[in-house]
Design a protein around this ligand. Sequence first.
Ligand SMILES: Nc1nc2c(ncn2[C@@H]2O[C@H](COP(=O)(O)OP(=O)(O)O)[C@@H](O)[C@H]2O)c(=O)[nH]1
Ligand SMILES: [Mg+2]
Length: 325
Amino acid sequence: MPANLGPEYLAAEERYRQAITNEEKLAALEEMLATIPKHKGTEKMQADIKRRISKLKEEMRVGKKGPHRKELFRIEKEGAGQVIMVGPPNSGKSHLLKTMSKAEPEVAEYPFTTRLPLPGMVQWENVQIQLVDMPPLTPETAQSWMWAILRLSDGLLLVFDLGDDDILDKAEELLRFMEANNLKIKNEGPRTFTEKKALCAANKCDLPGAYDRLELLKEVIGSRMDIVPCSAKTKEGISELCSKMFFDLLGKIRVYTHPPGKKADFSQPFILDKGTTVIDAAREIHKEIAANLKYARVWGKGVFEGQMVPRDHVLHDGDVVVFYT
Ligand SMILES: Nc1nc2c(ncn2[C@@H]2O[C@H](COP(=O)(O)OP(=O)(O)O)[C@@H](O)[C@H]2O)c(=O)[nH]1
Ligand SMILES: [Mg+2]
């Protein structure tokens, strides 16, 4: 009997072939099992997928416990989110990390100075963002662990050099190279694990002719992502870059809360996803609060001071919410 595999199954199977991490493999296998037509002709295939799932789960279980199987280049996430820098050599990735964090990457005029990923914490207002410096992403230098790191990240920061006359070619080359390696940029709507949000840091805006090249860059890639002109050297645009990383690339907001009758501590925000409702926020902050929530009051955007709001009220950056249980 022919298997008659549908497009959903075939797509999941393709994702399985392209998966790099165990989590990606498992997600794809489970989707294959869910979408495979259930009849006699596919019984062997179903059994085979089930076998692969349990083998992988066992590997992941053992790997987590044992000290030897740790993934070599997994970068432990910290702060509001993990942003990985991607770009051609010499665009100023290491210099940006040095300017924006306390990390001490090597910055040099000659290319290929950076050989390993280096994370640093960027303090912006009252939040921290993890920014990771990487070796350049070119066909000559890319290695499989680099793709894995990009896929596991929360967002990509594409760094280009506004002082470089070849900036357009280099930008297009990088995007093409990423697509050829199954990493697409997608800033709107739901994403699969081969699609990532991206923001562009158009670095070295202090150099002559930078703003003319910026206009050209906007024409070529501006429809696909936001572009922030900045300079690792003069710090121009760095604060806007951080704000866009937090609100747009990571899609986060800051919410403050305090027990009824007390004052809010504005140095201690709760970092939540954009679109979070009052009840979701309560769940993130304390399960017990969520379970017993009677009502909430909000001081902030789109409400009058201390307005009583329903559980599905959507919170905004800077809102203070007080839960009553
Ligand atoms: N004028 C200027 N030079 C920069 C800027 N950022 C980086 N550079 C210089 O560009 C060169 C390459 O920088 P680096 O951070 O090592 O590039 P990477 O290969 O992308 O990590 C170094 O000589 C830096 O000093 C900038 O904003 N303005
Ligand atoms: Mg570098």
